[in-house]
Design a protein around this ligand. Structure first.
Ligand code: NAD
Length: 368
């Protein structure tokens, strides 16, 4: 296959971000050599490594490079080394800025339980085996970005901290459409999560979701309050197909859903922007986990979340479903062989390090 080169920006970031990204690069190079895809790779810094090099967590130049690419792959940011830098220069600010400036308003977090790892969950096997949910979180609006915000000292000397939860109809409708489009390709069910019994902004959220649903007659829409949703997610998670929710609720619910699967080291994510007139859509793919300073630099990190993020990139940015399936099947075959990093280790399995896991996936990819 000799299609146009796919320009991909690599931002390994900090800690284990560097190690897991190295395994993904090996896979992309293999795909290139095998003629499955043709990548043009660029690399840059984000988070602590960017602070060390340039004094800020994301430079304008790196952001411009990201915007010039077809997709961005990111590792993770942060670590104790940068705990004391000022708030607006923290590694995590680089992450917030890239999401905002690339217009990445939709965060897709699948919670998928591989059959081989059902025992790794703290929940009973029958509750999680075969779980396949997609959580769609609004990522650039809501209380994390709303103005006014701040901490003030009142005339009586007390201090006041405040944030603003605000959503507009276009913001709600575009995230709704992402969720419904995904549901069309899945089990055709969307659960919208809000707190419409208390918050006006989410009364609007619920009303707008109902409007979007009219354009998708084949998809069933239901609504849950966030407190009930968090309870249902633990009680009977398999009832859900696609969940769509606000920035802060999504932040919390998606972490809860991750833990149903047993390991942070297995969970990929995608953050998508709007599709422009030329058909281009900004997109960033990253594992859900952080930089894991406790195991960084020791060849202990599980690279599968990063590798599965590459599979999401192939599927959602490049429409390469066959290549994505082949990569995901290579991951499944590796797990079936009993190959495990420490975080997902089970009795009788073969323990490997980060690069050993990369070797095993590459072997199955080549065989597949
Ligand atoms: P973390 O995800 O880095 O680690 C939590 C625990 O899970 C640790 O014990 C770690 O060893 C383990 N773990 C995580 N990923 C793993 C993997 N791939 N393989 C094996 N084990 C894995 O979360 P944390 O410890 O709360 O945060 C560490 C740093 O990462 C902080 O600076 C935090 O701000 C940052 N962080 C960044 C992101 C991101 O870049 N998207 C996300 C979360 C946290």
């Amino acid at each position: 296959m000799t299609a146009k080169k796919k320009k991909v920006m690599l931002l390994p970031g900090d800690g284990i971000g560097q190690e897991v990204m190295a395994q993904v690069v090996r896979i992309m190079e293999w795909m290139d050599q095998a003629g499955m895809a043709s990548f043009e790779l660029m690399a840059g810094k984000i988070g602590g490594s960017s602070i060390d090099a340039f004094g800020e967590p994301l430079t304008d130049e790196t952001l411009a490079d990201c915007l010039s690419c077809d997709a961005v792959l990111m590792g993770a940011v942060g670590g104790p080394k940068w705990d004391d830098v000022p708030f607006d220069k923290k590694p995590e600010r680089g992450l917030l800025r890239i999401r905002k400036d690339m217009g990445l308003f939709a965060n897709l977090r699948p919670a998928l339980v591989f059959e081989e790892l059902a025992e790794a969950s703290t929940l009973k096997r029958e509750v999680v085996a075969g779980l396949d949910i997609m959580i769609v979180r609004e990522l650039t609006g809501g209380i994390y970005f709303g103005q006014p915000r701040g901490i003030e000292t009142l005339p009586n000397g007390d201090r006041k901290g405040f944030n603003t939860l605000v959503y507009t109809t276009p913001e709600i409708q575009r995230i709704g459409r992402v969720a419904f489009d995904l549901a069309m390709k899945r089990n055709k069910r969307v659960t919208s999560v809000d707190k419409a019994n208390v918050l006006e902004s989410t009364i609007l959220w619920r009303e707008e979701m109902e409007k979007v649903a009219k354009d998708y007659p084949g998809v069933e829409l239901s609504h849950l309050y966030v407190d009930n949703a968090s309870m249902q997610l633990v009680r009977n998670p398999k009832q859900f197909d696609v969940m769509v929710t606000t920035n802060m609720f999504g932040d919390i619910l998606s972490d809860c859903a991750s833990m149903l699967t047993g390991s942070l080291g297995m969970l990929p994510s995608a953050s998508l922007g709007a599709t422009d007139a030329a058909g281009h859509r900004n997109a960033l793919y990253e594992p859900v986990h952080g930089s894991a300073p406790d195991i960084a630099g020791k060849n202990l990190a599980n690279p599968l979340a990063m590798i599965l993020s590459l599979a999401m990139m192939l599927r959602y940015s490049f429409d390469m479903d066959a290549a994505a399936d082949r990569l995901e099947n290579a991951v499944k075959a590796t797990l079936s062989d009993g190959v495990r990093t420490g975080d997902i280790m089970q009795e009788g399995a073969t323990k490997v390090g980060t690069s050993g896991m990369g070797d095993a996936v590459l072997r199955h990819l080549a065989a597949g």
